[in-house]
Design a protein around this ligand. Structure first.
Ligand code: SF4
Length: 396
C-alpha cells in the first residue's frame, strides 16, 4: 500500500510500542522510521520489477534506487516522525492505528545521513514525515534537515524532500530551494475519491494547490528548474478505475510537467477495514498488484512510447485489461496498423510494435542509415520477443 505523505502524538520522544522499553538512541529510531518509510515509492526506490518493496541488502535503512541516468544505487530513506495528526483511512501510520511511534530531530537525521553517506557510498537522502502538529511545523523540520546538510556539512548531493499536504507556499518554496527533487502524493484521481479516504485533508487546498506550485517553481526558465517533481497514486483504495488514474496522469505529465509518477497497490490490513473498495480487493488479493504493474506499463507508454492517455485500451468498466500489457492490447485492437515496415516506418510507429522498445528502435534507426535491415532475425533480440515482433513487423 502506500501513504506516508507525511506522518502526532505530541512529543513521541524515544519510546515505542513493541520495542525495548526506555529511551532509544537515534539509530534505533532510525531503524523504525526507515522501515515505516517503505510505503512511499515516489523517490524511485526499488522501481525494479522485483524490488519495489524491498530494502537494500547493505543496511536496513538503505533502499535500492533507480538512478536518473540508468543503473542502481542505495538511498537513505526515512521519516522524521511516524506519528501523524491525520487519520487517512488507507495509511498504516494514521493517528488511530496502533503502531510504534518515534521521531528524530533534524540534527540527528543530518548527522546519521553524513555517517552513512561517507561509509556506504549512499547516493542521497529521501525524507518524509507524518504531520507533526501542523503541515508548516513539519515542513520546517524537514527543511531544517536539508539546510543543515547543505550549509553545515556542505553536502551537494541528492536530497529528495516530501512536500507535506497543506504546507504554505513559503514552506514549499523553501523546500524546493534546498532539494534535488520534491514529491507530494496525489493519492487519488480527483476530489470525489480523495474524500472517501481522508476527512482532514482538502483535495484542492492541500493537494492540488501544492502540486501546481511545485510545477510553477520548477518550470523551465525558473530558478529551480533543476528540481524534479514526482507524485504517487494509491491503487485500489477508493473504487477509482484505471481510466481515471490515466487521465490524472496525463494532467500531471502534460500540464504540470512532472518527471515521474509512481503507483502503490493498496494492501488490505495496512489501513482501516472500512476503506471503500475492500470487497473488490478481497475478491482477488493479487488484483491491486497486477493493476499497479499495468499502470507502470502505461506510464512507460506515455513517457517513452509516444502514447496519449486517451489511446490506452480499457474494458467496459474503465479498467486496464489484467491479462495482457496495454501495448499488446492496443496492437490487438488496431490490426489495420500492422505490419509495420521496419526499414521505412517512423520512430513513433516502430515503438508501437509489441516487442520493440526504445533501445531496439534506436538500433533500427541507426542501422538502417547504413543499409537495409534484410531480416528481422538481424535485430538484437531473441526468443519469444523476436517471435512477437515477427507477428507485427516485416523487413521491408
Ligand atoms: S495519515 Fe495521511 S497525512 Fe498522515 S502520514 Fe498517513 S497519509 Fe500522510
Amino acid at each position: 500500500m502506500d501513504g506516508t505523505c507525511c506522518l502526532q502524538h505530541s512529543d513521541i520522544g524515544a519510546t515505542m510500542k513493541g520495542m525495548k522499553s526506555g529511551p532509544l538512541d537515534a539509530k534505533d529510531r532510525l531503524k523504525v522510521l526507515a522501515e515505516d518509510s517503505r510505503y512511499d515509492l515516489s523517490c524511485a526506490c526499488g522501481t525494479g520489477e522485483e524490488d519495489r518493496r524491498k530494502r537494500g541488502g547493505n543496511g536496513k535503512w538503505l533502499y535500492p534506487l533507480s538512478l536518473p541516468r540508468g543503473g542502481y544505487s542505495l538511498i537513505l530513506k526515512t521519516l522524521l516522525s511516524n506519528a501523524c495528526v491525520n487519520n487517512c483511512k488507507y495509511c498504516p501510520l494514521r493517528s488511530d492505528s496502533d503502531v510504534r511511534r518515534c521521531m528524530l530531530q533534524p540534527e540527528e537525521v543530518a548527522r546519521l545521513f553524513m555517517e552513512y553517506q561517507g561509509r556506504a557510498g549512499v547516493f542521497g537522502l529521501f525524507l518524509s514525515s507524518g504531520v507533526i502538529r501542523n503541515p508548516d511545523h513539519t515542513m520546517d523540520r524537514i527543511n531544517a534537515v536539508a539546510r543543515i546538510l547543505r550549509r553545515r556539512y556542505r553536502y551537494r548531493g541528492y536530497i529528495h524532500l516530501k512536500i507535506i499536504p497543506g504546507a504554505s507556499d513559503g514552506a514549499i518554496e523553501d523546500a524546493v530551494s534546498l532539494a534535488s527533487a520534491v514529491s507530494l502524493n496525489i493519492e487519488t484521481p480527483g476530489r470525489r475519491h480523495f474524500e472517501k479516504l481522508s476527512a482532514e485533508k482538502d483535495y484542492d487546498r492541500d493537494i492540488l494547490r501544492p502540486l501546481k506550485l511545485m510545477s510553477r517553481l520548477t518550470a523551465r526558465g525558473m530558478p529551480y528548474s533543476r528540481v524534479k517533481c514526482t507524485s504517487q497514486f494509491i491503487v485500489g483504495a477508493s473504487e477509482e478505475n484505471d481510466g481515471e488514474i490515466i487521465s490524472s496522469m496525463s494532467g500531471l505529465y502534460d500540464r504540470l510537467r512532472f518527471s515521474r509518477l509512481y503507483f502503490s497497490a493498496y494492501q488490505k490490513g495496512l489501513g482501516t477495514s472500512d476503506v471503500p473498495g475492500e470487497k473488490r480487493i478481497l475478491s482477488s488479493a493479487e488484483e491491486p498488484f497486477i493493476r499497479e504493474h499495468r499502470l507502470y506499463q502505461v506510464d512507460f507508454l506515455l513517457r517513452k512510447y509516444g502514447f496519449e492517455g486517451s489511446e490506452i485500451p480499457l474494458d467496459s468498466e474503465g479498467n486496464l485489461l489484467l491479462d495482457r500489457d496495454p501495448k499488446q492490447a492496443w496492437a490487438d485492437s488496431h490490426p489495420e496498423f500492422y505490419p509495420v515496415r521496419i526499414n521505412r516506418a517512423e520512430r513513433d510507429d516502430l515503438l508501437r510494435v509489441p516487442g520493440l522498445g526504445p533501445e531496439t528502435v534506436s538500433w533500427i534507426m541507426q542501422n538502417r542509415r547504413d543499409g537495409r535491415i534484410s531480416r528481422l532475425d538481424h535485430l538484437p533480440v531473441r526468443g519469444k520477443r523476436l517471435e512477437t515482433i515477427k507477428r507485427y513487423a516485416v523487413a521491408e
